[in-house]
Design a protein around this ligand. Structure first.
Ligand code: IMP
Length: 198
């Protein structure tokens, strides 16, 4: 199967290629416009990106694909009223590295506050023709006290999944792929894709 991934995020591309090895992913090309994500919910943004990317791809006569996949995801921290949540990608735009963004995020959580957090992922799949659908996944955990580990991407070094003592930045990718929000969503996506007419 050949799927256009409506994202240029290298971390997401790597994870999708590992989680769905039977799929050949084409990343969103550099000459294509940025895909707007203006919704208030992960699901709205995922659908907006998948449908926007499909329309652009078809209108520009690019190579045929079976469908378009978009991921809208983020880290939701209870002590921050669920933030940065849907705004995870645009959090702390004045800072250029995730090491600094993570440091700021940790500093925003008051001492003694509940550190419960979860990663959420909503995937929208738009087949070449027909209606798009969404699937989702989440992983519960807590915020670390420091940035720990250099694996993964984004907020991985400050998130400790429940049942573990290490952050996603410290755990090997194989472990993250048995637990993560994206892994759960990909399992649901695979089940839906196998039921689609070819
Ligand atoms: P968006 O889905 O393009 O809005 O961006 C999601 C943002 O959430 C990413 O840029 C990361 O900062 C963060 N994020 C989503 N999934 C993960 C993950 O698996 N690990 C670490 N950060 C993530």
């Amino acid at each position: 199967m050949k799927i256009l991934l409506a994202s240029r995020n290298a971390g997401k591309l790597r994870e999708f290629s590992e989680l769905l090895p039977e799929v050949r992913f084409i990343p969103w090309p550099a000459d294509a416009p940025e895909l707007p994500e203006t919704g208030a919910f992960f699901q709205d943004n995922a659908l907006q990106k998948a449908e926007g990317a499909r329309a652009w791809w078809l209108a520009h006569g690019r190579e045929p694909v079976d469908g378009v996949l978009a991921d809208d995801s983020g880290l939701c921290v209870d002590a921050l009223w669920g933030g940065p949540g849907v705004l995870s990608a645009s959090f702390a735009p004045d800072l250029s590295t995730y090491r600094d963004k993570n440091r700021r995020l940790l500093a925003m959580v008051p001492d003694g506050a509940d550190r419960a957090a979860r990663f959420v992922c909503v995937l929208a799949y738009a087949p070449r023709e027909g209606e798009a659908f969404t699937v989702s996944g989440a992983v519960e955990g807590s915020l670390a006290f420091d940035h720990r580990g250099d694996g993964g991407f984004g907020y991985d070094p400050v998130f400790i999944p429940d049942g573990y003592d290490h952050t996603f930045g410290e755990l090997p990718p194989e472990t993250k792929h048995t637990l993560s929000h994206r892994a759960m969503a990909c399992a649901a996506l695979r089940a839906r894709l196998t039921r689609l007419p070819r």
